[in-house]
Design a protein around this ligand. Sequence first.
Ligand code: ZN
Length: 241
Amino acid sequence: MNKNKIKTEVSSTAEPGASQTAGEDISIFKKTAAVTDETEQTVLREERREADRAAKQLKWERRMERKKAREAEMRREEERRNAEIRAVHESFMREALKEAQKAADLREVPIGCVIAKDGKIIARGYNRRNTDANTLSHAELNAIRDASSALGDWRLEGCTLYVTLEPCQMCAGAIVQSRIDEVVIGCMNPKAGCAGSVLNLMQVPAFNHQVKITKGILEKECSHLISSFFEELRSGKISSS
Ligand SMILES: [Zn+2]
């Protein structure tokens, strides 16, 4: 409603001969116009506030959409990286399984190990405890000995050890002592494993070296190899030497 319309309305109510004087008419007009002005300003202010709120909401929604898109891209990138790392782990674990098969062929508990550095296998080992009549002849210790020969150093920094079964306390100790960076495990050994099952000797904060542990790489294959060995042993198809 504009001022002219108000003016007309006010004039039309101020009929000649009415009780109000001309001064009173002007006063009513001024008051009415002032109220109308104020109402219009309030409406305009409210409209501006509403427009501001809508603009802010839109801006916020667009910012959130961009944030979600960035997060989704980061997740996809991480998944791609993890898939690549997993593929590398699986390829080295297949080599460790080949070592485990060498133990099985000797009727030893089939545990195999390889040690990789800079993307290449530098050492291999498998369980030969009975064959060598030596308690130290576990797959991991044989591989560590092989790696130290290859590098000419007892320190195996920068190396990753792949083993088909969770290491025992002796091998976990040797892994920490040799300063291997990471151990990748096929299947866990709830009764004797020392990478978290019975103990976690690889990540004792008080020791001067902790080892990164990755579990469950080709877990089914590694587990099947061990369980089928013990099934055959129980059924008498093979005998432990
Ligand atoms: Zn061991």
